[in-house]
Each structure stands twice: as C-alpha cells, then as structure tokens.
Write a protein that binds this ligand. Structure first.
Ligand SMILES: NC(=O)c1ccc[n+]([C@@H]2O[C@H](COP(=O)([O-])OP(=O)(O)OC[C@H]3O[C@@H](n4cnc5c(N)ncnc54)[C@H](O)[C@@H]3O)[C@@H](O)[C@H]2O)c1
Length: 459
C-alpha cells in the first residue's frame, strides 16, 4: 500500500508538474549549474552569456568549468532539447516565463559590491521584454538591487514608450562549488524574496518539486540572507583558525578541540576545519561587501571586518612556518605546492590561498613546483612566465627532488598518497600541511617531519 502511494505521488507530481520556459542570464558556475538543473527537473531552459566563445564551446559540448556530474547532466538535457545555449537576448527572452540573473557581482576597490553586470543584464531585459515575466536575481547583490533592477527595466520600457508588466524577485543561490549539482538538486532551503502575489505563484509552480523547501520573505530580507549565510560561515573559519593558532602555542591539538566543541549540538561539527584560510569567489567578496553595507547604514562593523583581517593573515601562516623552519634562508629551496584550487573538486582558483603563497615563495627566491589535479590551467592564467614556477603534470613529478611539500588543497589524491613512496622522491622527508590531512603521530612513525595547523610539530 505504502509503495503504491509513493508511486502514485511521484506519478502525480510528474504528470501535473508545471513546465516553464526559463532564461538564465550568465552561464558561469551558478548560471550553468542552475540552468542545467532546472532542465533536469523538467523545465525548458536557455542559458545566455555575452561571452561568445563560452557559448560556442558549450554548443560544441565543451564545458567551461569542472563540477562533478555537470557534464553528464548537460549532455543529457541538451540531447533531450530541454537545454540550449545562446548569446541572443532578444529571441531568448521572448520565450521565457521566468528569467534568472546569474551574472558576476565582484568587489569594487573599496570592497563594496559592483552591480554593473546585474544592471547591464536588467537593461537588456528592459530592451526586449515582450510580455509578463518574473525577473529573479540569483546573483549575490546588496539590499536595494531588486528595486534598482525594477527601475532600470522601467527606464528601458519608457524609452520604448511601452508598458509591459513584470515582477522582480530575489532567489539567492547557496550551492557550494565542488558539490554544486548535488546541492542544487537537494537544497536545504530555497529562499525567495518577493511580496508580489503573481511572482510568488509563478515561483511556487516553478519550484513545485521543492515546495517543502520554499521560504518566502521580503526581497530585502532575501538579499541580506545570502550575505548573512556567507558571513556566518566565513566567521566560523576565521574563528576556528585563531583558536588553532592558540592551540599550537599551548601544545593543544585543534583536531581534538574540534571534536570537543563540534559534539555540542548548538555548535555542530561542520565548518570547523582549521587551515590556511578561506578563498573562492564568494566568501572574500561577500564579507567585504557586508562590511560596506553596515558602514553605509551607519552600523558598527568591527566584528565583520575582523573576519577578513584574520583570514588575510591566515593565508600566510604556512609560508611563515616554512620560513621559520629554514631559518629565513629560502634561497633556491625547492618546494612542491600540492593543490591550487581554493578547495577540492573544483578548478576555481579565485582568491585561493595558493596564489598568495606562491607569490610569497617566488619573492623569496624559492623554486616552486606546483601540482593540482584540475586547476593548473586557471592558475597559469594569473602568473606570468617565471622560470622559478614550474607546473607539473603529476604528484610525483612535483615532489621529485624537493626540499619539502606544502599541501594547500585537501584533494583526495593527496589524502591517499603513499607516504612511504613519497619519501623516496623528496630531498628530505618534510611536509607542511595547510589542511591538516594527516595524523602527526603516524607521520612521525614513518620518519616524516610534519608541520600542520593548530598542532605542535611532530619532531
Ligand atoms: N560561484 C559560486 O559558488 C556562487 C555561489 C552562490 C552565489 N554566487 C553568486 O552568483 C553570481 C555569479 O557567480 P559565478 O561564480 O557564477 O560567476 P562567473 O564569473 O562564473 O559567471 C558569470 C557569467 O556571467 C556572464 N556575464 C557577465 N555579464 C553578463 C551580461 N550582461 N549578460 C549575460 N552574461 C553576462 C560572464 O560572461 C560569465 O560567464 C555572483 O553574484 C556570485 O556571488 C556564486
């Protein structure tokens, strides 16, 4: 009976699921994953970008980013004609019921959020709007951007001397790179900011399969929710890193402390891994942006600012350990950098600790041999040719002949490396671990000197 009920419910959901025509503007990490997953749950999706090369590549089945499972879903949905790619705003917009804005919102020099890309997208929408649509912002934007989008679209409609109804809503994205597809298809919650009844009904139909996850609120609340979530997570990282730095000095072990505090249900054990700081395209810029939002609204931001300050310092902690170990003489030391991506399972190197670390080592005449399973191509784009920076095709190639290893990203490949084998390739068995992936005691027993975060050296 129970089985019959489940089958009936699934059948009912699929038969009566409302299929929508969706336009996703901006085909980057968020846009491409969102668009593909929208297609996967049964909608007709067009992903649009101003980057012609990216769209041409996608139309030739060349995927611009690495995200586990994404390539398979793209192929599947393109062949079932539920997913298309274009650069043509006019024709793509014409067919759409709902339009998601997923363009970048980088930091300006003063740390505030640059909404120019969002406004540019809104202008294009205003130019070509032909009938009622819901315009939804997925990009992370400061409070008030929803109203700004509305204003810009109205300006464009005025230029055309036309009034076409539309609604504006906010639907911030919470996916994590490296788990983006999984997160998107199994969200903890879907936050929607709108008080517009028509938009709300459209979005309830659109997210029909996730109705138990929907949280409706004011557009301003939704906009700030995304910053609040990222700030909370970034704060946890900066906090655990400072606690780790204390642990190291007082002969405590941060991993034991993590167990001790993480088992408290009020605290939980997620986001308690000490390391060399957070990176990526979101935490750094969103923490800076919320500091600015506080300032602009005359709210004290002491705590918010500290999150970033602590993180900046932490990015250099491993370099300092390396320098101390070699008593300040880094000249022509060979260091293998293992991991370039800001975290595992992604090729994203935006604001990755590896960048600062490599610059620091190169400035100190270190010969850097860098290896990452997939982020090498992106890293090469930001470093000029330098004979002291050697990109390697394999882990063994990177460590061969080095004075030490520095682990910057906790890829499984590094967690699973055969340390007895590794020892054979190093000049001396020495590992600096910025992600605490090994047990100091075990490494001591293997005769490997091990320097990690929030723990005393094992020698
Ligand atoms: N990357 C993440 O993990 C993540 C997670 C949650 C939220 N966000 C937010 O989502 C937004 C997008 O981030 P991303 O990482 O996907 O950026 P991205 O840089 O990977 O992709 C953005 C894409 O938008 C395109 N674009 C720029 N202007 C455009 C325009 N006017 N019209 C059409 N396309 C345009 C760019 O060419 C690019 O391909 C940002 O606000 C970010 O803060 C990102």
């Amino acid at each position: 009976m129970k089985k019959f009920l489940i089958i009936f419910t699934l059948f009912f959901l699929n038969v009566f699921a409302v299929e929508k025509n969706i336009l996703v503007i901006g085909t980057g990490y968020v846009g491409l994953v969102s668009g593909t997953c929208f297609a996967e749950i049964g909608h007709n999706v067009t992903c649009l970008d101003i980057d012609e090369e990216k769209i041409n590549n996608l139309n030739n089945n060349i995927i611009p980013i690495y995200e586990p499972g994404l390539d398979i879903l793209i192929e599947k949905n393109v062949s079932s004609k539920r997913l298309k790619f274009t650069t043509d705003y006019e024709s793509a917009l014409k067919k759409a019921d709902i339009c998601f804005i997923c363009v970048p919102t980088p930091s300006k020099d003063d740390g505030s959020c640059n909404t120019n890309y969002v406004i540019a997208a809104a202008r294009e929408i205003g130019k070509y709007l032909n009938d009622y649509k819901v315009i939804v912002t997925k990009s992370t934007v400061p409070v008030g951007t929803g109203h700004l989008i509305e204003k810009v679209i109205l300006e464009e409609l005025n230029k055309r001397d036309q009034y076409i109804p539309f609604s504006v809503a906010s639907n911030p994205e919470f996916l994590k790179e490296g788990f983006a597809v999984e997160d998107f298809l199994n969200p903890d919650r879907i936050v929607i900011g709108t008080k517009d009844r028509k938009a709300k009904n459209e979005l309830i139909q659109f997210y029909e399969k996730y109705n138990d996850k929907l949280i409706f609120m004011k557009i301003e609340s939704a906009e700030i929710t995304k910053y609040a979530a990222n700030t909370m997570l970034a704060a946890r990282i900066s906090l655990i890193n400072q606690i780790a730095n204390i642990c190291r000095e007082v002969n405590a072990d941060i991993n034991e402390v993590k167990l001790g505090i993480g088992s408290d249900k009020r605290i939980g054990d997620k986001f308690l891994n000490a390391g060399i700081g957070y990176g990526g395209s979101c935490f750094p810029k969103d923490v800076k942006a919320i500091c600015k939002i506080a300032l602009e609204n005359k709210v004290d931001n002491t705590l918010l600012k500290a999150i970033d300050v602590v993180n900046q310092e932490q990015k250099f902690i491993l370099a300092k350990y390396i320098e101390n170990y070699f008593e300040g003489d880094l000249n022509f030391k060979k260091i293998a950098i293992l991991g370039l991506a800001f975290k595992p399972n992604t090729d994203d190197i935006r604001e990755a600790p590896s960048i600062e670390m490599i610059k620091y080592l190169l400035n100190n005449n270190v010969i850097v041999k860098a290896y990452d399973p997939i982020a090498e191509a992106n890293t090469k784009k930001i470093f000029e040719e330098n004979e002291n920076l050697i990109f390697c095709d394999s882990l063994i190639d990177a460590i061969n002949g080095c004075d030490a290893i520095a682990i910057l990203t906790e890829w499984d490949e590094f967690k699973n490396m055969d340390l007895y084998e590794i020892k054979k390739y190093l000049k001396s068995p020495l590992i600096f671990d910025g992600r605490n992936i090994f047990n100091p005691q075990e490494l001591r027993e293997m005769g490997i000197k091990y320097i990690s975060i929030g723990r005393k050296n094992n020698f």
